[in-house]
Design a protein around this ligand. Structure first.
Ligand code: BGC
Length: 759
């Protein structure tokens, strides 16, 4: 029996699949960029351009936290524009800002080193917790100074950047949700000096754009956090190589205060323990529509370089058929978001995107929809329904329901079939073994399947009993693993190039020369992964086929490096623009979110032997006190918005696993919630896979209750969790049948993984 196996490239050269995935990433960003304003300045001919703003050279590729990726190289906007043939008569602003950026990084490192002073080998994990809790804040902007202007071009681009991440929500403050005075003053100066001014928004999500009311800005593009190919993709759009077709997946309000949860969200009312979802189902555009508020940019908004006419051919209560004609002078694609309105309600029911249409060309699209997905939930009757009446379609046309349409909710306790191999294995396992199985494997340095830097693995101690481990890696912007490592003959890691960049802290950094001497050898393994655009950008393409392709590419990378479960996609709802992790989720709308996540899931899992973990189930819509807050939400709202996205993904994507969230829902920790994890997920939706906890989520909740509730795998695992489960078994609080069930599900997951196929 092999003691370990190692996947990954043995040479450092860029592989063919890397090149292909880079091209796909570039296409995905270009499809997801939204042109918000264009007063006739775009597209541009490549030539001399004045480039400013933090994101020009320090382009933010993604958010901070677990979803980071270690790609070979992320193109900056400066590089992308240069590749496309632009040149910069002055780089003085960028040079000065780079100097400040470097100084800020050095000061931050010093501050973190101070905080971890005194942490030795025994407290390494704690040391890394502190480092992760103190990510490098994106540097504050510096003003554009008169000597940084140039007379050699009449066109300037200003790239405004923001970065957010897990554990912390954004603030309605200057430099965050609001533009800083420096940014506004710089834009004012640039607008006075240059005939044409283009603003590029390199931030995770919505920001306040009242600057557009004060300063003449001729074009605005939202590129979000675009991953490693953002620079090239932006150039494709600016030059018209690609006609913009992206559309917003959120409502951009005139003022933050217009959002329904504006004053009560998270820190805003000082209550981080309880979050009342008082706006009920009127999240995002539903609220603006019902209250007659005109946003700055509405959900589904986006401009093009061409124009289209959409004609409805026929409508039924299941489908609309439309013909889209390109009526402009440039080839391009059109998105058709289909809203269905009834009285004051308006819901996205479906959407479609054309192929690239040449001027004058048309395409007929059939857009099917499932009325259950826009139905209301009746708490008293416990069913979904749509009242009788006339339903109008945003494309034109309508259909009538002559009677109320009822969609019952059914539950069924399913008996799970175990494979012969798993059944036999289970019979040989002791209680302790089963407890090992339902808790993650922690962070061992030697394991059968070991991918350095991956967030988790299943237990590594049962190899002799015929049970290998599998590796779980983040998500969702790519695969988050260490890109260069060596594996020694013993299976232990070697560090010929020194420690991975992320580990050069505290005692580890100090001992690096010694470590290099002691364990410097081994076979070199390279795992450079693609950094994809953030989920919001992907969703802005409104192109499920594209997301499926991205999923396929991720699945291929998983097979290349030996990861079995990708901790993605994330599909929490953008309930409020301040949520620190919105960039990792698709939209404020559950149908769009669910369809996107299902597409990515299908793509990954089509590769065979690899699966996803859709997260974070559910209502993980706030980052401040994410492991304590209770989302207090009515059953109606839960079903119409927050569960709906997951329900669609489970039905249309069939993910291998689901990750339960940190937060509580109506007072109960989700990872301990039998009703959600077993009642809804399994008995109602027929989910047959595995549920894992978010990392350490069961610490403030209960480890025992997690297993009882159907949270099969407690991550990342550890001795304390195992001790609590054993005690639970002894005192009768841990349901033995639940333990057996969960252990069985972990085994099924392991044995359907490609990395364990030959075991
Ligand atoms: C995040 C998850 C992530 C996990 C493992 C948690 O902090 O909430 O999204 O998958 O860490 O890195």
């Amino acid at each position: 029996m092999k003691k370990y196996q190692t996947f990954g490239a043995r040479t450092k050269e860029e592989s063919e699949w890397e090149r292909q995935h880079k091209a796909l990433a570039r296409r995905a960003v270009a499809e997801g960029i939204v042109l918000l304003k264009n007063d006739g300045v775009l597209p541009l001919q490549p030539g001399k351009i004045a480039l400013y703003g933090p994101g020009s050279r320090q382009t933010v590729k993604g958010g901070s936290g677990s979803g980071d990726v270690h790609e070979r190289h992320s193109l900056t906007i400066e590089e992308g524009l240069r590749n496309a043939g632009f040149s910069f008569p002055t780089t003085l602003w960028m040079d000065r800002f780079s100097g400040k950026h470097n100084a800020d990084v050095a000061a931050w490192k010093q501050k973190v080193e101070q905080a971890i002073k005194g942490y030795g080998p025994v407290r390494t994990m704690k040391m890394f917790d502190i480092i992760h809790e103190n990510p490098m804040p994106y540097p504050a902007c510096t003003p554009v100074l008169p000597d940084e202007l140039t007379g050699e071009t009449d066109t300037a681009i200003y790239v405004l950047s923001r970065q957010a991440g897990e554990g912390k929500d954004r603030r309605v403050e200057k430099g965050d949700y609001l533009l800083s005075d420096t940014e506004t003053d710089s834009l004012r100066l640039l607008s006075r000096h240059y005939k044409k001014l283009i603003l590029v928004l390199n931030c995770g999500g919505v920001i306040d754009l009242s600057v557009l009311d004060e300063v003449r800005i001729d074009a605005v593009l939202f590129i979000g956090q675009p991953g490693m190919e953002g620079g090239n993709a932006l150039a494709d759009i600016l030059t018209g190589k690609v006609c913009p077709s992206g559309r917003l997946t959120d409502t951009w309000a005139m003022r933050y205060e217009e959002y329904p949860s504006a004053n009560t969200f998270g820190h805003r009312n000082g209550d981080l323990e309880n979050e009342a979802y008082s706006e009920e189902s009127l999240v995002g555009y539903r609220w603006f529509y019902a209250n007659g508020i005109t946003p700055r940019f509405s959900f589904g908004y986006g401009l093009s370089y061409t124009s289209f006419a959409v004609k409805t051919d026929f409508v039924t209560d299941k489908e609309v058929v439309v013909t889209v004609t390109n009526t402009g002078k440039t080839s391009g694609r059109e998105i058709v978001p289909l809203f269905i309105s009834y009285h004051v309600r308006r819901d996205l029911a479906a959407f479609a995107k054309t192929k690239t249409l040449a001027p004058g060309e048309c395409e007929t699209l059939s857009i099917p929809y499932d009325l259950k997905q826009i139905a209301s939930f009746d708490e008293d009757r416990g069913c979904f329904f749509l009242p009788d009446g006339e339903y109008a379609l945003s494309t034109g046309g309508s259909f009538t329901l002559t009677d109320e349409r009822v969609f019952p909710v059914r539950r069924e306790k399913r008996t799970e079939k175990r494979s012969e191999r798993v059944r036999k294995l289970l019979e040989t396992l002791t209680d302790q073994d089963k407890i090992q199985l339902v808790t993650g494997g922690g962070y061992p340095i030697r394991a059968y399947n070991n991918v350095m830097g991956a967030a988790g693995r299943t237990c590594t101690t049962l190899l002799k009993k015929g049970i290998p481990n599998i590796v779980l890696a983040d998500g969702p912007a790519g695969l988050n693993v260490v890109p260069e490592i060596a594996v020694r003959r013993s299976g232990l890691p070697g560090y010929p190039n020194g420690l991975p960049e992320d580990w050069r802290w505290g005692w580890l950094k100090k001992s690096e020369p010694l470590l290099k001497k002691l364990i410097g050898g081994g076979t070199r393994v390279y795992r450079y992964m693609t950094a994809w655009p953030s989920e919001t950008v992907l969703a802005q393409s409104w192109d499920t086929a594209l997301l499926e392709e991205v999923g396929q590419a991720v699945g291929k990378e998983m097979l290349e490096i030996g990861v079995s479960v990708w901790l993605a996609p994330g599909l929490n709802i953008h309930r409020n623009p301040l949520c620190g992790r919105n960039f990792e989720y698709y939209s404020e709308d559950p149908i769009l979110s669910g369809k996107m996540a299902a597409a990515v899931t299908r793509g990954v899992q089509s590769q065979g032997g690899v699966g996803v973990s859709v997260k974070h189930f559910c209502c993980n819509n706030q980052e401040d006190n994410r492991a304590g807050v209770s989302a207090n939400v009515s059953l109606k709202t839960l079903r119409e918005i927050y569960l709906r996205a997951f329900e669609i993904t489970i039905a249309e994507g069939k993910p291998w696993t689901v990750m339960s969230s940190y937060n509580r829902v109506n007072g109960r920790y989700v990872c301990n919630d039998m009703e959600l994890l077993t009642g809804v997920l399994r008995e109602e939706w027929g989910f047959g896979g595995l549920v894992m906890s978010d990392w350490n989520a069961t610490d403030p909740a209960s480890h025992v209750a997690a297993i009882n509730a159907g949270n099969d795998l407690i991550m990342p695992g550890g001795a304390a969790v195992r001790k609590a489960l054993l005690a639970g078994l002894k005192n009768g609080t841990l349901d033995r049948a639940a333990l057996d069930r969960s252990a069985g599900r972990v085994l099924e997951l392991i044995f359907k993984s490609e990395t364990c196929k030959d075991f």
